[in-house]
Design a protein around this ligand. Structure first.
Ligand code: SAH
Length: 317
């Protein structure tokens, strides 16, 4: 496409590369390219489940509520969250928004009764949603702007290169569209959404597009479709796009603040007491999730909820 047209936008490049990348592999875990919070520790998904269960109970435990996850990866987060939700009495349906056929197969092993969708719009009407998106938005394509010119990629001989350089501003119609859809669906059906990703609280300048392969940073323009392309999530932009009708968007908190407020220390103690042989591993996993030099500060959590549902715990100022 680049050879035929002479150039391609960063947005098209990221969208096409990631579509191929995710469609053809399970990229998660040690043998893959990257590891996510639910793959590090069961505590992450359990706390997500506890936050949703608390919110669902305070909303009156509506029996028709459905668990929905965007980009569920291996289904690990859903398994841990649903374990806690089921214990709280939640017996609702499970719906996954996932485009990768390879990952759908992996998810089906753990969740044989789930239903799969290309987008939120096809989830059966009426049901309130308990929605989760962890490291989903970072994989959706961004645009990069230098002044009023969109940044593009060209061939320089046999090598791909950026056609323009300079101070970069990023935005993402693809992310805005999904955030808007979450807000619109919650406004009509009721429910709550938890969005977790790496990124920044306020919009700003900077080139945040990155490639990861085999757990190392790689050249963004090398091996198109064979390495994970992500960019920092602009939570201010997501919050704006998700603010549909009368839904409410919470403050953005760091992953460490959110996990600590929701009791990760107590959960780690309970797990270590139950499995003393794993105590050191459990402590190390907690550190990876919460330490400032690891995922604790870079990763952020934000919630969206309908007016008819309470705000989830952990976001108070
Ligand atoms: N949430 C999981 C996986 C994160 S990887 C975890 O925390 O482990 C990103 C996930 O989003 C993968 O499941 C990938 O296949 C999916 N994905 C990427 N782009 C997508 C798109 N446009 N629509 C739906 N799913 C997408």
């Amino acid at each position: 496409m680049i050879r035929e047209r002479g150039l391609i936008s960063v947005e098209q490049y990221m969208g096409l590369c990631n579509a191929l990348y995710y469609a053809t592999r399970d990229p998660l875990g040690a043998p893959g390219d990257f590891t996510t919070a639910p793959e590090i520790s069961q505590m992450f998904g359990e706390i997500v489940g506890a936050a949703l269960a608390d919110c669902w109970l305070r909303a009156g435990a509506p029996a028709d509520a459905a668990y929905v996850e965007l980009g569920p990866g291996r289904g690990t987060l859903a398994a841990d969250a649903l374990k806690v939700l089921r214990q709280a009495g939640f017996a609702g349906e499970v719906h996954f928004v996932e485009t990768s056929p390879v990952l759908r197969d992996v998810q089906r092993q753990l969740h044989p009764d789930a239903e799969w969708h290309e987008a939120l719009i096809s989830i059966p009407e009426g049901k309130p949603l308990l929605l989760v998106a962890n490291e989903f938005f970072d994989a959706l394509p961004i645009r990069q702007w230098i002044g009023r010119k969109e940044r593009r990629i060209i061939f320089e001989g046999d090598r791909l290169e950026f056609a323009l350089n300079g101070p970069i501003r990023e935005d993402s119609p693809a992310r805005d569209a999904v955030a808007w859809e979450i807000g619109a669906q919650l406004d009509v059906r009721g429910g709550v959404a938890l969005i977790v990703d790496y990124g920044h609280v306020r919009s700003g300048f900077g080139d945040t597009l990155q490639a990861v392969r085999g757990h190392r940073y790689a050249d963004v323009l090398a091996n198109p479709g064979e390495q994970d392309l992500t960019a920092h999530v602009d939570f201010a932009a997501l919050a704006k796009a998700a603010s549909v009708g009368s839904v409410e968007v919470t403050r953005v908190v760091s992953q460490s603040e959110w996990l600590e407020r929701l009791g990760i220390a107590a959960r780690a103690d309970a797990l270590a007491t139950a499995h003393p042989e794993r105590a050191e591993d459990i402590a190390a996993e907690g550190k990876r999730l919460c330490d400032a030099g690891e995922m604790g500060q870079l990763f952020k959590v934000m919630a969206v909820h309908s007016q008819s549902w309470p705000a989830p715990a952990g976001f108070d100022a």
